[in-house]
Design a protein around this ligand. Structure first.
Ligand SMILES: Nc1ncnc2c1ncn2[C@@H]1O[C@H](COP(=O)(O)OP(=O)(O)O)[C@@H](O)[C@H]1O
Ligand SMILES: [Mg+2]
Length: 151
């Protein structure tokens, strides 16, 4: 999204970038520090690729002091940070976009917060067009690194 380009730390949008876990956390921390709300960040990629790990780092960089755990079962975890509230959402267990109404999706996406969404594809047409997309991929012969694409 060109509108969000200014918040993407350098390197990620110059082709494929292969990061170790600590490099990915550092990158996420830097991104979190540079974010001004409101912003929706989507995190796509297979199970276990590092979406929650990156979300934790973004939250920490943004100023969340609480422990950040995966919202796999609750679907939504809400945190406080100096700049705004933070919603960390995992839609993996969502059955259909209709169910978003019950979890307060409309209120959350219209709040002036930082919103991190794992499995955003499950939201279908209810995902706002204006978001910063981040995609993670496995590296075939290196289990310690992930390919990061952002912006
Ligand atoms: N380069 C890397 N980046 C992110 N996670 C990594 C990396 N290398 C190994 N891992 C491990 O992969 C796992 C990612 O898990 P998680 O963040 O919960 O994934 P997801 O939310 O995508 O299902 C963690 O156990 C983490 O330690
Ligand atoms: Mg996860």
């Amino acid at each position: 999204m060109p509108a969000h380009r200014h918040v993407v730390p350098p390197r990620a949008d110059r082709g494929h970038l292969k990061l170790t876990e600590s490099e990915l956390r550092q990158w996420g921390h830097e991104l979190g520090r540079s974010i001004t709300p409101p912003l929706i960040v989507t995190l796509t990629g297979e199970l276990g690729v590092g979406k929650t790990t990156l979300a934790q780092a973004i939250c920490q960089g943004y100023g969340v002091r609480d422990e950040i755990t995966s919202p796999t079962y609750a679907l939504i975890h809400e945190y406080r940070a100096p700049k705004s509230a933070v919603f960390h959402i995992d839609l993996y267990r969502l059955d259909s976009p209709d169910q978003l109404t019950n979890i307060g999706w409309d209120e959350i996406v219209s709040s002036r917060s930082l919103i991190l969404v794992e499995w955003p594809e499950r939201a279908g047409p209810r995902l706002p067009d204006s978001h910063l997309p981040i995609d993670l991929d496995y590296v075939p012969d290196d289990p310690t690194r992930r390919i990061l694409l952002a912006g």
